[in-house]
Design a protein around this ligand. Structure first.
Ligand code: C5J
Length: 220
């Protein structure tokens, strides 16, 4: 057992049941020419968390603890893409359209893959998810059970969409969830801040927050 100096209060970590979930650190969200940029966002904001996320991943790898990566992406035939998702908003490129990094958010295309700096190593699980949350239409829940995990540290993008959705879904399923505040980012800094405050509110209603340094310290 180790104590993580988290907010809104410290949490005891069970290192035999702790894993890291890195959400959607894909080229389509973090690099120019992808889905995030097509929505008019400044992807540089998201790139800024790459060093902290790399340190977090490194800490889990060195501690021999599981790292699970997710990718938001769809089948090439778009059979798992509801029209309500494809047609929302007014992006310059829609999901499935050809872009500079291949078809936007399509499994197997270069843009849908994880950025090289944070690329999974052999043995790490990668979950392709068609939704914002990682549990919907995936094996994520089964993978967590198979690995015997009860506590999850979350990193990735974007804080208030796929990260927060997955964290809340995990919280409802009984997992203790911790958001690594410097290893997550939003295209809207105010949304990130609000998400962090929501998580910490009301006595950790949907989890805890901690910095990468605090998590690494607790990993020993
Ligand atoms: C979004 C995500 N924001 N990974 N996806 O569309 O948060």
């Amino acid at each position: 057992m180790a104590i993580l100096d988290a907010e809104p209060f410290p949490i005891e970590l069970d290192l035999s049941a702790l894993g890291l979930v890195v959400i959607d650190m894909q080229r389509d969200f973090v690099e120019p020419g992808g889905f995030g940029a097509s929505l008019g966002n400044d992807v540089e904001l998201l790139r800024a968390i790459v060093p902290a996320t790399a340190r977090l991943i490194d800490g889990f790898r060195k501690a021999g603890l599981p790292v699970i990566h997710t990718r938001e992406c769809h089948r090439p035939d778009l059979s798992d893409l509801p029209p309500a998702k494809r047609d929302r908003g007014n992006p310059s490129l829609r999901i499935g359209d050809p872009g500079p990094m291949g078809r936007i958010l399509i499994a197997g295309e270069p843009g849908a893959d994880i950025i090289p700096e944070l690329y999974p190593v052999e043995g790490e699980t990668v979950i392709d998810k068609p939704g914002k949350g990682a549990f919907h239409a995936t094996s994520f829940g089964d993978v967590l059970k198979e690995k015997g995990l009860r506590q999850l540290v979350f990193a990735g993008v974007t804080t208030e969409v796929c990260v927060q959705t997955t964290m809340r879904e995990a919280n409802d399923r009984g997992y203790e969830c911790i958001l690594a505040t410097d290893a997550t980012e939003s295209y809207f800094p105010a949304f990130k801040q609000a998400a962090i405050e929501m998580i910490r509110a009301q006595g950790a209603i949907v989890g805890w927050t901690a910095t990468t340094a605090q998590v690494r310290e607790a990993l020993g």
